[in-house]
Design a binder for this molecule. Structure first.
Ligand code: PLP
Length: 372
């Protein structure tokens, strides 16, 4: 096992047993869902639970668990975008110049254009595959998303962090597609990590969730303060669902990564597919850096079909692919990203490998490919 994989495995153990090590006799192992707007608060208002918007025991349970994987203090949010907003509020003051991936999650760019630009925040867009050589002088914040979504390009987090810090910029990595088990941006030098835990971390397609993690105490306090003041607070039931999903993250990822690799090789060898993007393929432009900085190359892949029509038929006809946006669930899912206006070929399908038995999944996909 590589050092990275070994470290990740130890963190999973700590994550799984973290709560068990703290409970008293008679306490439930599963964190209770505590519905609380008010807490008893006689005397000085100095208790950790003064009011529902400040904290909740269920937030602490999932923050401890994700924090064990991130190896860093963690603040949870009701969605990935709530976490992204908190990170931007903590890292980008008025007038900040922010370098952003032009091929990253679209909504982040819209958020900056529609709301943050009016506070003087200036975004500069660069494709992920050009981040490695890009001049970082004059930037206050470098935002990375690697592997990028949906194009699956990868950039070198460690090298960019070194250059960004030398230029006086902070680095925040959106680690949604990798999760803390496949990639550890904070260990590679990033100042902050954000993720949409709606995807693989919670993993069951039934809850929106997100988190921010940082080893910088001042930054994490800013993020906590933002949640308290803005009211971007997760519901206790949602925190529980995310916690419950997280407990099986390592097991699910194991199958998802295996299925992604098998699907990439099947698709690459089929005449109906003209190109495959998957950092795990030795021929992929992302392979070398992914192999260096990731534990495994992930569970998201891209396949280009000859036309929009062939791509749509593949997704709709295959009984093992759920036609939907988003990724990271139990069921393999897919969609044509050009339908959202992403800068990809009309026949480009982003696939998220699920937890199906590998042979059955490959058989279903293979049969559908043969009909195209
Ligand atoms: C989905 C996603 C988000 C937003 O997360 P929500 O939970 O939908 O708010 C942010 N970044 C990336 C990379 C995503 O895939």
């Amino acid at each position: 096992m590589s050092t990275k994989a070994n470290q990740a495995a130890h963190r999973v153990l700590d994550m799984l047993h973290g709560r068990a090590r703290k409970v008293a006799k008679g306490d439930p192992l599963a964190p209770p869902i505590i519905n609380a707007a008010k807490y008893a608060l006689p005397g000085a208002p100095d208790h950790p639970f003064p009011y529902g918007r400040f904290d909740n025991p269920g937030w602490q349970a999932i923050e401890d668990a994700i924090g064990a994987l991130e190896n860093a203090p963690t603040i949870c949010f009701p969605s990935g975008m709530a976490a992204v907003t908190a990170a931007l509020m903590a890292l980008a003051g008025p007038g900040a110049r922010v370098l952003l991936p032009s091929d990253g999650y679209y909504t982040v760019r819209v958020l900056i254009d529609d709301f943050l630009r009016q506070h003087g925040i200036e975004p500069v867009l660069v494709p992920t595959r050009q981040m490695d050589g890009y001049d970082l002088s004059g930037f206050d914040l470098v935002w990375l998303e690697t592997p990028s979504n949906p194009g699956l390009d990868v950039c070198d987090i460690k090298a960019i962090c070194e250059r960004a810090h030398a230029a006086g910029a902070k680095v925040c990595v959106d680690n949604t597609t990798a999760t803390p088990l496949l990639q550890d941006p904070l260990a590679l030098g990033a100042d902050m990590v954000v993720a949409s835990d709606t995807k693989a971390l919670a993993g069951h397609s039934d809850v929106l969730f997100g988190h921010v993690a940082s080893k910088d105490e001042a930054l994490i306090e800013r993020v906590r303060q933002w949640r308290k003041l803005s009211g971007a607070t997760p519901g206790p039931a949602e925190a529980y669902l995310a916690y419950r999903g997280l407990m099986t993250l390592e097991l699910r990822l194991e199958r998802m990564c295996t299925n992604a690799d098998a699907l990439a090789r099947l698709l690459q060898g089929h005449a109906a597919v003209s190109a495959v993007r998957f950092p795990g393929l030795e021929t992929d432009p992302s392979h070398a850096i992914a192999a260096k900085q990731m534990v495994r190359p992930g569970f998201v892949l891209g396949a280009t079909f000859r036309s929009e029509e062939a791509a749509e038929r593949f997704i709709d006809d295959c009984p093992a692919i759920f036609h939907a946006t988003s990724f990271g669930g139990i069921q393999t899912s897919g969609e044509r990203r050009a339908r959202w206006g992403d800068d990809v070929a009309p026949g480009y399908v982003r696939l998220s490998a699920g937890c199906e038995p590998t042979d059955a999944l490959l058989a279903a996909v293979s049969q559908t490919l043969d009909t195209l």
